[in-house]
Design a protein around this ligand. Sequence first.
Ligand code: SF4
Length: 470
Amino acid sequence: MAISTFDLFKIGIGPSSSHTVGPMKAARTFASGLIDRDLSSRVTHVRAELYGSLALTGKGHGSDTAVILGLSGHTPEGVDVDSVPSLVEEVRSSRTLRLGGPDGPSVSFDPAVDVDFRRKESLPDHPNGMRFVALDASGVEVAAKVYYSVGGGFVVDERAAGADRIKPDDTVLPYPFSSAEELLGLCERTGMSISALMLANEGAFGRTPEQVRAELLEIWSVMRLCVRRGVMTEGTLPGGLRVPRRAHRLYRQLGGNCDERGLSAPTRVDPDPMHGSDWITLYALAVNEENAAGGRVVTAPTNGAAGIVPAVLHYYLHFSPGAGDEGVVRFMLTAAAIGILFKQNASISGAEVGCQGEVGSASSMAAAGLAEVLGGTPAQVENAAEIAMEHNLGLTCDPIGGLVQVPCIERNALASVKAISATRIALRGDGSHFVSLDKVIKTMRDTGRDMHDKYKETSRGGLAVNVIEC
Ligand code: SF4
C-alpha cells in the first residue's frame, strides 16, 4: 500500500475526518455507484446505518450532516462550507434529496429516521462502520454497501477492510519504506534528505516536482486562511456546550494583524521569553475552533488534530530567520513521511487507538517537519518525531458531548508546543537516542490495542463522563 503526502494532507470540512469527511466520502461513493451501475432510476428511498463509534459520537461530529451532503453528491473539498446549513435544512424540511447531485433523481430521505445511529452495534472490521441501503418503491433492496472510515478521511469498503484501501494499489515507489529504520537507511545510502526522498516518491503518483510544490503551497494557503478565519471570528462554538471561541480574544491581546493571505508575523517585541508560546497557542486554537465550527480545514493527518501542523508551520515562518515557501514544502513532505509510518504501522484513528493516534501522530509529524527545515539530519528528524510521540503515548479520546471541542482544541495547542520542544531537544543532540521511532510506533499501536473501548471516540469514558454538560 503506497500512501501519498496528499492522502495525509487533504482539504476538507470540520469537525472530524473519521466522522465527517469519511462518511461524506462513503455516502458519495455509494450514490455514485448507484448512478454508474444504472440503478438510480429504480431507487426511491435511501437509508444510512451508522455503527460503533460513528453511532456514539456521530451526532456531535456531524456524521448525519456528512451523510446528507455525500448522498447529495458533495465532496469534502468542494462543498461551500457557508452553504451547508441551508443545504441540510432543505433536505430536512423536504425529506428528499437529489441522489448524487442536482441532476440526480429525487429520492425519499428523512434524516430524522433515515440516518440510523445504532449505538449498541458494531460492524466487524472497524469501530467506524456504516451501511447504506437503496430501496425501490416496493421497499425492496436495490443495493446495499458497507464502508469503514478508518481515520484521517480514509474510507475502505468491506472487501478492502483488510487491505485498508478502496482501490487495489499497484503504485511502485522509487524509495519504498515501511519503517523509520528503512527510511533512515535510504537517506544514508542516497545522501538524500527525508523531504527529497518524499518528493521523488510523489513522482510515482503522477506528479512532477513542480506540481507537488504547487499543490502543497495550495494546501498551505488553505491552512493560512483557516487560521485567518479562526482569529477573525468571535462567538460561541455550535453543538450545545456553549464553548467560547478564544482565538479572536488572544489575537487582540497579542496585537495580531491579518492580510488577505493570513496572519502576519508578530511585530511587537515582547520581553516575556515565553511570548512565542502564546502565538503557537493562537495558531492552533484558530484552526481547531474553525474545525469545531464545521469550517474549511486540512486534515493533518486528521481533523481533530488539524491545528498542530499549521501551528508549527506558522511558528517556523514567523519565528525562524530565512523561513519561506521552500521550507514549507520540505516541512510538509517530511511530516508526511512520519505520518505514513504511523498510518502503516499503527493507526491515525482515535476510534482505533485513542487520541495518541491523532494528536500524538500530528505532534510527531510536526516535530519532524520542523527539525528538517531547521537543518536537522535525518537521524535528528527521526529523533524529534520519536520524542514528540513518546510523550503522547496513552492519550485517550474522550470528547465531551461527542464534540471535537473539549479537550481537543486546547490539546492541539499543547501538542504544538510539545512538537517544538521535541525538535529543540533533538537538534541539541546528534541523532543518537535510546528509544527508536519504530519502537514508539509499535508501543502506540499496542497501547491502543489494550486501551478500553470507552476511551476510543465513544464519549463513554474520561472527561466525557466526568464533566457535566450544561
Ligand atoms: S480527543 Fe483527540 S482523538 Fe478524540 S476527538 Fe478530540 S482530538 Fe480527536
